[in-house]
Design a binder for this molecule. Structure first.
Ligand code: SAT
Ligand code: MN
Length: 589
């Protein structure tokens, strides 16, 4: 008798009508067979889906060039299809499940004709973890099949877990004809289903990532009493060998990956990496919050990644424990067949092929690598991988950090007074937009908890859920906010960032352990300058003071902005947020 998985796959095949169906086992041999197919048979805009890079300098690395219109997440084409429209909130695009299914059925009918349908069984989370989820994705492009093997724990063990149950998360993916007019990424939280057509880009196509681990999982977490968050997870080891685990939420392309594997500029401290993008947080029997990283790889932004900004990522990319590694939309040095991007170490090669495969000399006035060009690499290759990465229970969290990209106003680091104030800090977050999503960059948008594009339900309900989680924690983590991105009058970053951010993390740990005091500002508690270890830092003292100062007038405008923004969620806001809003307004007057 067919299992529920087989029945579902057969039903999708009847609709998509692929020439053949291949069930993947997640093995390395299979990944290389898929790469061969992508290099030999499959074409995209006239060029192969994969081409090999220089394996002497970049072991087992392959280049993928996407369709030119398919380079970032497309939030306006992303929908939550819930029978109760109100549950999805003003933060999501909504379509009725019936209408969405009709549209998708039309778009998917025969969409895999002449193609192969790959069936990918994978786990989000360690297979032995009580918090893990079994998933099945189908796709019709090798790029997604190979990427999913890097980004998730893929293998037939998933099928052994599911057996005959229907308890698995379903993902239907087809690149369709890549047309933005026929592209949509639809989520059906009530059916544990994601259906995505028309894009091969990361967050639109690697469904285990944003679609399942955040949009679908956040809804499951809401119903079941846990949190799915857009957060890095890291361990900070001090000079005595004690490790403190923290999470940090920052919007896409704001330095989460660099933070997750930072090389500490403070002697005696070391960072251990658990995850760079997503955290699933559960309340442990000890009343603490425990985090797992459901993913198994990094899908990171290439431009700006160098030995200087993130030496451990360069090591990860050049390591050959788990392979292959993929580069998407970076530039190519055709002479050496090495990948290249803006910010990479060394001189700019004289002649390059741009991310679109065109000759590039630098005179074009455009970047050679797409600003959202990416690498896809296994977390196993990371030299700073924490020994707790595979722990099925996860790690206990002592602090949560919210961060954004703000050129002005928001201090380098701020501590909240308590859980409710901390949740409010997350809720009021703003950040200047980046190229990780289609649209204008550099505009301030409110991005609560860095979850605006990823929360699968009403943000008002989400804030209430956070407050409720707080009530159930007997040992809640402390909540902080950070901003590495303040600029001076010439638009230059004041804080050096990267490894120097350890100085801020040290203060966070000192606060957790009650070793230092703090100073009150309208935004929250900030460090006293003497409590920050600034040895060897070149930022002048008055500039440092600036970084820890909140301008009263600017803050007033900020308060107005926050109030206006949160108004959108008014009917469902928890009373605690209202209370925080009132208090903030009173304090700013
Ligand atoms: O959405 S992706 O996961 O592809 C990248 C990002 O925006 O964080
Ligand atoms: Mn992300």
């Amino acid at each position: 008798m067919a299992t529920a998985v087989e029945e579902w796959v057969e039903a999708q095949a009847r609709l998509a009508k692929p020439d053949r169906i291949v069930w993947c086992d997640g093995s390395e041999g299979e990944a290389y067979r898929l790469l061969e197919i992508g290099m030999e048979e499959e074409k995209l805009e006239g060029h192969p889906v994969f081409s090999p890079l220089n394996h002497k300098s970049w072991p087992k690395a392959y280049l993928h060039r996407s369709h030119p219109t398919d380079v970032a997440r497309t939030e306006h084409l992303t929908f939550i299809c819930h029978s109760d429209r109100a549950a999805t909130g003003p933060n999501n695009n909504w379509m009725s499940p019936k209408e969405a299914k009709e549209r998708l059925t039309h778009l998917s009918d025969g969409c895999m004709r002449g193609r192969t349908m790959y069936v990918l069984p994978y786990m989000m989370g360690h297979p032995e973890s009580p918090y893990a989820r079994a998933c099945i994705q189908i796709t019709d492009i090798t790029y997604v099949a190979v990427s999913m093997r890097i980004m998730t724990r893929m293998g037939t063990f998933t099928l052994d877990k599911i057996r005959n149950s229907s308890n698995f998360v379903k993902g239907f993916h087809s690149v369709g004809d890549f047309s933005p007019d026929r592209r949509c990424i639809m989520h059906f939280p009530e059916e544990n289903l994601v259906w995505s057509v028309g894009s091969g880009y990361g967050g639109n196509a690697l469904l285990g990532k944003k679609c399942i681990s955040l949009r679908i999982a956040s809804w499951q977490g809401y119903k079941q009493g846990w949190l799915a968050e857009h957060m890095v997870i890291l361990g900070i080891e001090d000079s005595k060998g004690h490790v403190t685990y923290v999470t940090a939420a920052l919007p896409s392309a704001c330095g989460k990956t660099n933070l997750a594997m930072m090389e500490s500029a403070l002697p005696g401290y070391k960072i251990w990496t658990i995850g760079d993008d997503i955290a699933w947080l559960n309340i442990g029997p000890d009343g603490r919050l425990w985090a797992i990283n459901p993913e198994a790889g990094f899908f990171g932004v290439a431009p700006g990644t160098s030995d200087k900004t993130n030496p451990n990522m360069i090591k990860t990319l050049k390591r050959d424990l788990f392979n292959p590694t993929l580069f998407t939309n970076v530039a190519l040095n055709p002479g050496t067949r090495e990948p290249w991007w803006e910010g990479l170490d060394g001189p700019t090669p004289e002649y390059l092929e741009s991310w679109q495969g065109r000759p590039w000399t630098g005179a074009e006035g455009t970047a050679a690598a797409h600003p959202n060009s990416r690498f896809t690499v296994s977390i196993t290759n990371c030299p700073t991988l924490s020994k707790e990465y595979d722990n099925p229970q996860g790690v206990p969290i002592s602090a949560m950090i919210f961060g954004g990209r703000r050129a002005q106003l928001i201090p380098l680091v701020t501590e909240s007074h308590d859980w409710a104030h901390g949740v409010f800090m997350g809720a009021r977050m703003g950040s200047e937009t980046t190229s990780a999503a289609a649209g204008q960059t550099g505009v301030l948008r409110r991005d609560p908890m860095a979850m605006l594009p990823f929360c699968g339900y009403h943000l008002g309900d989400y804030f209430r859920h956070w407050m409720n989680i707080g009530h159930r924690l007997t040992r809640p983590p402390k909540i902080f906010s950070v901003n590495w991105f303040r600029t001076d009058e010439n638009g230059r970053f004041i804080w050096p960032g990267f490894g120097e951010n350890m100085r801020v993390l040290k203060w966070v740990i000192d606060r957790i352990n009650g070793r230092v005091s703090a100073r009150e500002t309208p935004a929250g508690l900030v460090p006293r300058l003497e409590d920050l270890n600034l040895e060897g830092i070149t930022v002048p003292k008055d500039r440092m003071e600036d970084l820890l100062t909140v301008d009263k007038e600017e803050w007033k405008a900020e308060v107005e902005g926050i109030r206006e923004y949160l108004q959108k969620y008014k009917r469902r806001l928890p009373f605690e947020i209202d209370e925080q809003l009132r208090k903030m307004t009173a304090d700013s007057e």
